[in-house]
Design a protein around this ligand. Sequence first.
Ligand SMILES: Cc1cc2nc3c(=O)[nH]c(=O)nc-3n(C[C@H](O)[C@H](O)[C@H](O)COP(=O)(O)OP(=O)(O)OC[C@H]3O[C@@H](n4cnc5c(N)ncnc54)[C@H](O)[C@@H]3O)c2cc1C
Ligand code: SF4
Ligand code: SF4
Length: 393
Amino acid sequence: MELKRQHLIDPVVCIRCNTCEEACPVDAITHDGTNYVVSYDKCTGCRTCVSPCPTGAIDNWLLVDQPWSIDDQFGWEELPLGQTGPGPAEPAPLPPGEVSDLLAAATATTGPSVPPPASAAKPYFNLYSRDTPVTARVAGNMRITGEGTDSDIHHVVLDFSHNAFPFLEGQSIGIVPPGTDAKGRAHNIRLYSIASPREGERSGCNNLALTVKRVAGGVGSNYVCDLKKGDEVRVAGPFGQAFLMPDAPNANIIMICTGTGSAPFRAFTERRRRNAQDASGKLMLFFGARTPEELPYFGPLMKLPKSLIDVNLAFSRVPDRPKQYVQDKIRERSDDLAALLASADTHVFICGLKGMEQGCDEAFADICRLHGLDWADLRPRMREEGRYHVETY
Ligand SMILES: Cc1cc2nc3c(=O)[nH]c(=O)nc-3n(C[C@H](O)[C@H](O)[C@H](O)COP(=O)(O)OP(=O)(O)OC[C@H]3O[C@@H](n4cnc5c(N)ncnc54)[C@H](O)[C@@H]3O)c2cc1C
Ligand code: SF4
Ligand code: SF4
């Protein structure tokens, strides 16, 4: 089943002012004596009509199996609740194997039963599988690490057009590489973290970005890094029910990453930047790379206001400078981190290269020892409360 994302007007809230009909550049909005309605076939999802609407009646985007016709909408007294696909109330179970194995390996440090943060929104997940993928189109593909470096990381934007693909910050998607492996079997899914906030890479667009590193000889990463604008890609997901951004504005979020592990944290940061700049909770980022040129999103990261995010970069291969890793930076910020760890509003997220979690764990243990906290007690407690998450691959 391929779910559609349909733009609809709430007849209860709409005051029939005609503003939207005048604003729509493609004449997708029309009306009869009763209702203002949106044509599914004409609407491009551009959102030009949304901000002029004085009531918000127009900002409804439903997941549907079959789009409602204009005549259906003329007959409504209220927005229908039905016809949505599997959602947070009834998630499709993840079949054993493939994706569940990949996720289990990535979260092995914290184990399978770690809950999501208490204030995280309810995610949609497993809407599309390898056998029933959704088709997305490449809207852009740009290298975001220095041309002269070994690290070839791409920012790839996928557009889902009319197809529903709801997601939350922290979730991943599955890319289904075309072709077969050496044994003639279809390729396994490759998972990639979503680097955009839930509103989309461009606010209100039905799209998302990935941060993908080219792996020598790798099937999935080379396929994605070589995609051209306009190419069609088969996508499964969204996946992940625990590594999710806490929504509470007072949540302190400590984000620790290397390389493409920055993808979910770009999504977290953009979410706060766009929706909650005055949130009382702190964002603290520890980001490791060999050099600034190999650090994805280095330029944009440096431009973020200090009031939004506290950025700590660790470079391990800068000539004439001592090697620094994320755990060194964590130790440098011992006092600030101890104060945050003592708060029940603090969450720790670790994402990136397999093995990095151990160094971080030891650094937190040292900090706790110095400040009268007990990491051996705190870490499992944070984990049980959905405040300690690791995703490494
Ligand atoms: C939850 C999760 C999130 C992830 N998020 C991201 C992300 O945001 N960005 C990102 O870039 N990656 C991410 N990954 C990793 C990603 O899923 C892929 O594992 C990665 O892109 C490598 O896949 P590949 O198909 O290119 O390599 P593969 O084809 O799977 O190959 C992997 C390695 O094996 C070697 N190899 C392959 N075939 C052979 C062979 N026949 N003989 C010898 N060696 C061989 C390759 O050279 C390569 O080194 C994530 C993984 C998980 C689990
Ligand atoms: S989203 Fe764009 S195309 Fe769709 S109804 Fe509004 S203005 Fe028209
Ligand atoms: S602008 Fe909003 S309130 Fe006015 S007709 Fe359109 S949907 Fe209704």
